[in-house]
Design a protein around this ligand. Structure first.
Ligand SMILES: [Cu+2]
Length: 153
């Protein structure tokens, strides 16, 4: 009898532990406190975090040093989003949107592919000095405001 109680307690404790550990890697809360400042001067070597929501990306402007940089996309919206980085001297809100409601990605230097709401993903980008625009290129999202400016020194 005592062994059975112990077994039940062990199973219960395992379930609680498993539940907690999966929660920490699962969806993050959609809360305001993670969204940072509108303009970021990225510290050398630090991961650059971009928060996606409908219909904006935060920060709106990023300044960073050149070299390999990790860029994290954190989706705090309610639908799927992505992050495309395009090298261009065009202002971040003046890119041409095609008939498909998307921006031409030909000059893209890389992307963080679509991630579901509540998730995050990081990619490493080789940033050379220059002007870039980052945006979500799911149809309609750029025009609705999901875009920002990256200047690499
Ligand atoms: Cu989007």
């Amino acid at each position: 009898m005592r062994n059975r109680v112990l077994l039940v307690l062990t199973v219960f404790a395992t379930l609680i532990t498993t539940g907690c550990s999966s929660a920490s890697t699962g969806p993050i809360p959609i809360a305001g406190e993670i969204e940072g400042p509108a303009n970021v001067d990225a510290a050398p070597g630090a991961t650059i975090r971009v928060v996606a929501r409908e219909w904006r990306l935060t920060p709106v402007t990023i300044t960073a040093g050149s070299g390999p940089r990790d860029i994290e996309l954190l989706n705090q919206g309610t639908i799927e989003h992505e992050l495309i980085i395009l090298r261009t001297d065009t202002a971040f809100d003046q890119l041409v949107v095609g008939d498909n409601n998307r921006v031409d990605e030909e000059a893209s230097i890389g992307e963080v592919a679509e991630i579901p709401a509540g998730e995050r993903a990081t990619e490493t980008f080789e940033l050379e000095p220059g002007n870039y625009v980052y945006f979500c290129n799911i149809a309609g999202h750029y025009a609705k405001g999901m875009r920002g400016s990256l200047v690499v020194n």
